[in-house]
Design a protein around this ligand. Structure first.
Ligand code: F55
Length: 788
């Protein structure tokens, strides 16, 4: 009753509309503002309780927060689903239409950014006082479309609409300097920046389950600093005045669309320093409001670096402690280290950030001096330490490692490889520093929110406790032999598949058979993730179906989703090949409904929420040793998909939890991969040993899927023969055979269902609540402030 009035009031007073003239957008914003009002109560209470308890606060620094839509999340966390649905219906509006009107906040590339978003949800649900700090990009990850099968990128424009959830904080504004020179006098240093940009805070409340606790996601936007411009202007230096204005406008303009670094870009370094410096100033201001001794900082502040992107936090905090608080360098460095921890997300050498000393010296001259001091101190204590400064570059991984008291990998296997490879030498010097925190996912978004039919089934069976204590799902194992429950479980999956089929039919004009196996690979397009291997297997299956059209084939829908970095040409070729092959196969009357390929464009969080609940089979097929963890793998298994996968990243731990008999394993191990690469001509040998693969590669090379342009894929096929670094060819046969095993199991639906149920029931450990408890205990020394 009051919800309805509240919405009408918001419509009238905040949007200046009456119900007769309101658009879907107006209704959505009005509803969002009403929900935001509700959250504010929780939020204020949490802030008050935090000040009263004066606990250690957690600061999660991340260049990326891949949030997606917020409206359903807010409604669910506030437990207002029924209230909102009733009010919207009484207002004569359609709930789904309103909810689906919200654009995704796509302020991230992929797994790393999505992990940050799941962590924010868990921190709030657990009642740990925390801030997420990042950049308020005007344009998030680009929008993808396909033109003749090729990826086309368009700027993303979420902020052209009102972002209903945030509060601008004009009072939280900081001056961020760049360039200039350093003045050394009487043994102390003073940095005189040549340019200044203002950072302004925008806060989005992050409310946990049941509205019990609220934290803040604080995103910085860049604005020109008027006074500095005036100074240059008055000096007659009009160019400098214009420059800082232009710099300010570009800094928070756009998210870099690369998920492996395209390093050396000056603007990227400025973005990194911009948000890191603003965040450090902000947290120090909060600390100093309540404490007078800066030396106690590590007792109240834990700063987590999400990869090396904010690694300049180390030198920045040292700079403030030394230059502004007068601490000696040899005290400032260890004090800073006690505040900082660093998460590594990749072993790929091309993704390890480096900045040229020249660029660093020009952009952040005082920081370069401090990095030299950090290097010197560490080298003095550990003469055989690897260097931060190397061949004229600043290596950010080494810097982050040396300035952190804990360094963590994101799965058990990845952490072992971090110890053995990228940081082997530093690990020898600091054997207690590297620890593991296996990633997790929030069950609120990735089961409760995205899969209502399964949510209801589970809650009816075991109650609602699983939402905040996911291990309770183990109780579902008792239902393994309960035929009625298994039927209901599979009916829920089928309902999701029908919904997805309807959506694909409407948006892409492809009709799908909901009884076919839905086989899904959704993630960034990368050679190491091996979408190409999946596609080659599809072509091989198509060949065999055509050779033997009367056999009892298991019908399959191959679903792909994902974006390629705009400059990653091999990945873009793979996208085009998927689309070219789809054209040919989808039009083939011989295979008909038994084999289809669909690749809906512009994969994002919202699309993941549609696809994952409808999946039967989850493709987690990276070259072993390359996928640090994966988190999509967890979302699928939680929603009752079986995994076909390699022993890579968190697949290893998922398989341990669900049981080896409920996981389709194939392929070389990380050790075998390294070993195989030492064999000369390994890929040509693998191809020659596989007539099936030879035939597929022959068809692609001949132009079977691009008759107008038969040489289109010569490069790609040649690459597989000559330098198949990710071992697509070596794992192909074992992958194909394992797919046929999956076909067999799918033919006996009861068996498939029992395996799927065990997957859902075994995924409790992969809740990001467990992960965050691990960080809080092992790294941050932070506690929940939630009164029990
Ligand atoms: C983004 C920008 C740069 Cl410059 C480098 C990397 C990235 C990025 O997005 N990395 C990323 O997503 N890494 C992924 O992190 C996930 C969370 O830990 C892992 O699950 C996944 O294996 C890893 O690839």
């Amino acid at each position: 009753m009051t919800m309805k009035t509240d919405i009408l009031n918001r419509l009238k007073y905040s949007l200046g509309k009456d119900a007769e003239n309101a658009s879907t957008y107006d209704w959505r914003i009005a509803l969002s503002l009403v929900l935001r009002d509700q959250m504010v109560e929780t939020w204020f209470r949490s802030t008050r309780e935090t000040y009263a308890a004066s606990p250690k606060r957690v600061y999660y620094l991340s260049m990326e927060f891949l949030i997606g839509r917020l409206i359903e999340d807010m409604i669910a966390n506030l437990r207002m689903e029924d209230t909102v649905k009733t009010a919207i219906a009484e207002l004569g509006q359609d709930y789904d239409t309103i909810v689906h009107d919200e654009p995704d906040a796509a302020l991230g590339n992929g797994g790393l950014g999505r992990l940050a978003a799941c962590f924010m949800d868990s921190l709030a649900t657990l009642g740990i006082p925390a801030f997420g700090y990042g950049i308020r990009y005007e344009h998030g990850l680009f929008e993808q479309s396909f033109a003749q099968g090729q990826q086309v990128e368009k700027p993303e424009t979420w902020l052209t609409q009102r972002h209903a959830w945030e509060f601008e904080r004009p009072e939280a504004r900081y001056r961020i300097g760049f360039g200039g020179h350093v003045e050394h006098r009487d043994g102390s240093a003073r940095w005189h920046p040549g340019e200044v940009v203002m950072a302004t805070a925008h806060d989005t409340p992050v409310v946990g389950w049941n509205g019990d606790w609220g934290n803040t996601l604080r995103l910085w936007s860049a604005e020109p600093s008027k006074d500095f411009d005036l100074e240059s202007f008055n000096r007659g230096d009009y160019l400098a005045a214009g420059r800082s204005e232009a710099l300010a406008r570009t800094i928070s303009r756009v998210l870099y669309p690369d998920d492996t670094t395209e390093s050396g870009k000056e603007l990227r370094l400025k973005q990194e320093y911009f948000f890191t410096a603003a965040s450090i100033m902000d947290l120090l201001r909060r600390y100093l409001a309540d404490h007078d001794d800066i030396r106690d900082l590590p007792d109240y502040v834990a700063i987590q670096l999400n990869d090396t992107h904010p690694a300049i936090a180390g030198p920045e905090l040292v700079r403030i402690l030394v230059d502004e608080h007068g601490l000696p360098m040899d005290e400032a460095i260890p004090l800073t280290r006690r505040c900082l921890a660093y998460t590594n997300h990749t072993l790929l050498p091309e993704a390890l950030e480096r900045w040229s000393e020249h660029l660093m010296g020009r952009t952040l001259p005082r920081h370069l001096e401090i990095i030299r001091a950090i290097e010197h101190a560490h080298q003095t204590e550990f003469p055989d330490s690897p260097r931060i400064l190397d061949h004229g570059d600043v290596r950010m991984g080494e810097l982050a490692f040396i300035m952190a008291h804990k360094v963590n990998g994101v799965s058990a296997l990845h952490t072992e490889l971090v110890k053995q490879t990228v940081f082997a030498d530093l690990h020898r010097i600091h054997p207690d520093r590297i620890i593991n925190q296996t990633n997790g996912i929030t069950p609120r978004r990735w089961l409760y929110g995205c899969n209502p039919s399964l949510r209801h089934l589970i809650t009816d069976a075991i109650g609602e406790g699983w939402v905040t204590d996911l291990e309770q799902l183990t109780a579902l194992k008792d239902k393994r032999d309960d035929a009625a429950f298994i039927d209901a479980f599979m009916a829920s999956k089928r309902e999701n598949k029908v919904n997805l089929s309807n959506w694909i039919g409407q948006t892409m004009g492809v009709a799908l058979d909901p009884d076919a196996m839905f086989d899904v690979q959704i993630k960034r397009i990368h050679e190491y993730k091996r979408q190409l291997m999946n596609l080659l297997e599809t072509v091989a299956l198509w060949n065999e179906m055509r050779d033997n059209p009367n056999a009892d084939w298991t019908p399959r829908i191959k679903i792909f989703g994902g974006k390629a970095a705009p400059g990653y040409f091999v990945a873009k070729d793979i996208i085009r090949l998927i689309n070219d092959v789809a054209q040919v196969i989808n039009a083939d009357p011989v295979t008909g409904d038994r084999l289809k390929i669909v690749y809906p464009p512009n994969y994002n969080v919202t699309m993941a929420e549609r696809l994952i609940p409808a999946a039967d089979l989850s493709e987690q097929i990276s070259t072993a040793g390359k996928e640090a963890s994966g988190t999509g793998n967890m979302k699928f298994a939680l929603n009752g998909a079986l995994t076909i996968g390699t022993l890579d990243g968190a697949n290893v731990e998922i398989r341990d939890h669900v049981g080896t008999e409920n996981f389709f394993l194939f392929g070389l191990t990380a050790q075998e991969v390294m070993e195989r690469r030492t064999h000369h001509g390994y890929s040509r040998a693998a191809i020659e040993a596989s007539p099936r693969l030879q035939r597929v590669l022959g068809q692609i090379a001949e132009g079977r899927f691009a008759p107008q342009d038969p040489s289109r894929y010569h490069g790609l096929v040649g690459m597989l023969y000559d330098h198949d670094y990710f071992l697509v060819t070596c794992d192909f046969d074992s992958y194909f055979d394992t797919q046929r095993r999956a076909d067999m199991v799918y033919q006996t639906p009861e068996n498939w269902a029992a395996m799927a149920l065990v997957n859902t029931a075994s995924m409790g450990w992969f809740s990001s609540d467990r992960t965050i408890k691990g960080y809080a205990h092992d790294i941050w020394g932070a506690k929940s402030v939630l009164s029990a």
